[in-house]
Design a binder for this molecule. Structure first.
Ligand SMILES: CC(C)(COP(=O)(O)OP(=O)(O)OC[C@H]1O[C@@H](n2cnc3c(N)ncnc32)[C@H](O)[C@@H]1OP(=O)(O)O)[C@@H](O)C(=O)NCCC(=O)NCCS
Length: 268
C-alpha cells in the first residue's frame, strides 16, 4: 500500500509487528533526502562517522525505519521521536503523556534491517546474513553453552552452518530482549535444539543456569527464514495466558508497505 493511503495502525497487547526494510532496494535520491530530514543532529553526526557509504546508507534507512514505523501507531511526526539508551546501549522511546506504551528493537545486517514493535513487553530481535564471509562454526565454542556446542556437533556437516545461525540469532535476540547485550553470559542459557528435538518438531525451549534468575515459561521465541540468506529470531517476554500473534510487513519508509510472509523454522 502507498504511504499516502495509510491509516494509523492499532497494536493490541498480544501482537508483535515485525517490519522489514531491504536497504539495497532503497536508492531513490529524493527519498533518501527525505530520510535525512527525519534524523536528529546527533544521528546525523553519528551517520557521518561511518567510513563506508554502505554503512551510512544502512544507518540512514534504520533511522527512517524506526521513526516512520513508530509513527504508524500514533500521531507523532517521524522526526519528533526522542530516544534514550539504557546503560547497555539499548535505545528506548522517551515517553511523554498520551503516547502509547510502544517498545521496539532493531537489528541490521547486509541486505536487511528489521524493527520489532510491541506494547510494553521486553522484545529482542536479531537478523543474520547466513552467507556472510568467515567461518562462524569455529567460534561456537566461545559463544555457545556446552550443551549447544554438543548438540551442534551432532548435526550433519551439511546442516551445521544453518544450525549455527539458529543458535546465534536466538541467543542474540534473547540478550537483546533482556537489554543487556553481551554483558549477559552467553554460556548461561541454552536453546534446546538437539537433533531429536528438531526431528520430532518439539516447541523451541530454553533453559537457564540458576545464576541467570530467569524462567523459561516467561518467554516466547520465533525463528524465521526471512529470505534465502537471512535468518531472524525474536524473543518476547510473555504475559501469562496471552496467545501472541506475529505479523510481518515489508516497508519502504515513507513510500509503501506490504504484508510479508516467510517460513517459521522453529517457535514455541
Ligand atoms: C550490541 C548488541 C546488543 C547487538 O549487536 P549486533 O548483533 O552487532 O547488532 P544488531 O544489528 O543485531 O543490533 C544492533 C541494534 O540493537 C540495538 N541495541 C544496542 N544495544 C542493545 C542492547 N543492549 N539491548 C538491546 N538492543 C540493543 C540498537 O538499536 C542497535 O542498532 P542501532 O545502533 O542502529 O540503534 C550485542 O549483542 C553485541 O555486541 N553483539 C555482538 C555479536 C556477538 O558476539 N554475539 C554473540 C551471539 S551468540
Amino acid at each position: 500500500m502507498q504511504s499516502n493511503q495509510l491509516h494509523t495502525l492499532k497494536l493490541n497487547p498480544n501482537e508483535i509487528h515485525l517490519w522489514l526494510a531491504f536497504p539495497d532496494e532503497i536508492q531513490d535520491i529524493a527519498l533518501l533526502s527525505a530520510y535525512d530530514k527525519l534524523m536528529s543532529e546527533e544521528e546525523r553526526t553519528h551517520q557521518q562517522r561511518f567510513h563506508f557509504a554502505k554503512h551510512q546508507h544502512q544507518y540512514l534507512i534504520t533511522r527512517a525505519l524506526v521513526r516512520t514505523t513508530l509513527s504508524r501507531y500514533t500521531d507523532v511526526d517521524p522526526s519528533h521521536w526522542q530516544f534514550y539508551k539504557n546503560q547497555y546501549g539499548r535505545p528506548e522511546i522517551h515517553h511523554s503523556d498520551g503516547l502509547p506504551p510502544l517498545r521496539f528493537n532493531l537489528s541490521h545486517t547486509d541486505g536487511l534491517i528489521i524493527c520489532g514493535v510491541v506494547l510494553k513487553q521486553d522484545i529482542g530481535v536479531d537478523v543474520e546474513d547466513t552467507e556472510r564471509k568467515g567461518a562462524p562454526l569455529e567460534i561456537a565454542d566461545r559463544f555457545f553453552s556446552a550443551q549447544e556446542v554438543h548438540d551442534l556437533n551432532q548435526v550433519p556437516d551439511s546442516e551445521k552452518r544453518e544450525r549455527f545461525f539458529n543458535y546465534w540469532t536466538l541467543k542474540e535476540s534473547y540478550i537483546k530482549a533482556r537489554g543487556m547485550g553481551l554483558s549477559l553470559p552467553l554460556e548461561q542459557f541454552t536453546f534446546l535444539m538437539s537433533r531429536t528435538e528438531i526431528q520430532s518438531h518439539q516447541p523451541l525451549r530454553i533453559s537457564f543456569a540458576p545464576q541467570l534468575h530467569d524462567d523459561p515459561n516467561q518467554w516466547r521465541f520465533w525463528l524465521l527464514q526471512a529470505t534465502q540468506r537471512h535468518q531472524v529470531a525474536i524473543s518476547l517476554r510473555r504475559d501469562e495466558g496471552v496467545a501472541y500473534q506475529l505479523s510481518l510487513k515489508k516497508v519502504v519508509p515513507l513510500r509503501e508497505e506490504h504484508s510479508f510472509s516467510c517460513s517459521v523454522l522453529h517457535a514455541n
